[in-house]
Ligand binder design. Structure first.
Ligand code: GDP
Length: 198
């Protein structure tokens, strides 16, 4: 997919503020600091479309971008940056779960995983939750430039093995990416095109 245009639409403080639209949506989500803003900017080749490096605890908003006048890129708030009390209704935040559970326009949510670190319980739990709620997901491993080929392979296999250990019968489609080297860009954009074509 060639990116002809990418513009900021609006930020929404709550899911229920999001209007219905006719456009397919592809969402990006992950733990704070996973490299989400960098990845979004790399995908659409705009330096500062998504705001990088988030101070933990910054205002949590759903940001929507219009791409090629044909689909919306949805930048969801990061999860797991703060300890959440057990009493709180859910550990990922209402905005995120309401969006993923209820948004009819959602074609796929990309779950970003930092490939440099071991599988994190919160990422695995989040992905389990997506399966239970039947949210369509794909994985994007980030910061791959930081790893040598062998390490990269073992880290990826370790993550996928963790899913199998949790009872997954099939792992989601996955991509390896580097915002520094623009790796994974074509594959992810082609995947989006194909999902939209159905
Ligand atoms: P966000 O909080 O998920 O939006 O993460 P950011 O995009 O702000 O990135 C967090 C940190 O990781 C920043 O210091 C980025 O420069 C760094 N980073 C993000 N993506 C990559 C990548 O692909 N490779 C490398 N080496 N660093 C990255």
């Amino acid at each position: 997919m060639h990116i002809k245009s990418a513009t900021f639409n609006t930020s929404y403080p709550r899911f229920k503020d999001m209007p219905e639209t006719q456009f397919p949506e592809f969402a990006f989500i992950g733990r704070s600091n996973v490299g989400k803003s960098s990845l979004i900017n790399m995908l659409v080749q705009r330096k500062n479309l998504a705001k990088t490096s988030s101070k933990p605890g910054k205002t949590r908003l759903i940001n929507s971008f219009m791409i090629n006048d044909s689909w919306n890129l949805i930048d969801l708030p990061g999860y797991g940056y703060a300890k959440v009390s057990k009493k709180k209704r859910n550990m990922f935040g209402d905005m995120i779960t309401e969006y993923l559970e209820q948004r009819e326009q959602l074609f796929c949510a990309f779950v970003l995983i930092d490939l440099r670190i071991p599988p994190q319980p919160i990422d695995l739990e989040f992905m389990d939750w997506c399966v239970v709620k039947e949210v369509p997901i794909a994985i994007i491993f980030t910061k791959c430039d930081k790893l040598k080929t062998t390490k990269r392979h073992t880290q990826r296999e370790t993550f996928l093995a963790a899913l199998y250990q949790r009872g997954w019968e099939q792992v989601p489609h996955f991509f390896e990416s580097s915002s520094v080297k623009s790796e994974g860009r074509e594959e992810i954009l082609d995947f989006i095109s194909n999902v939209m074509k159905g």
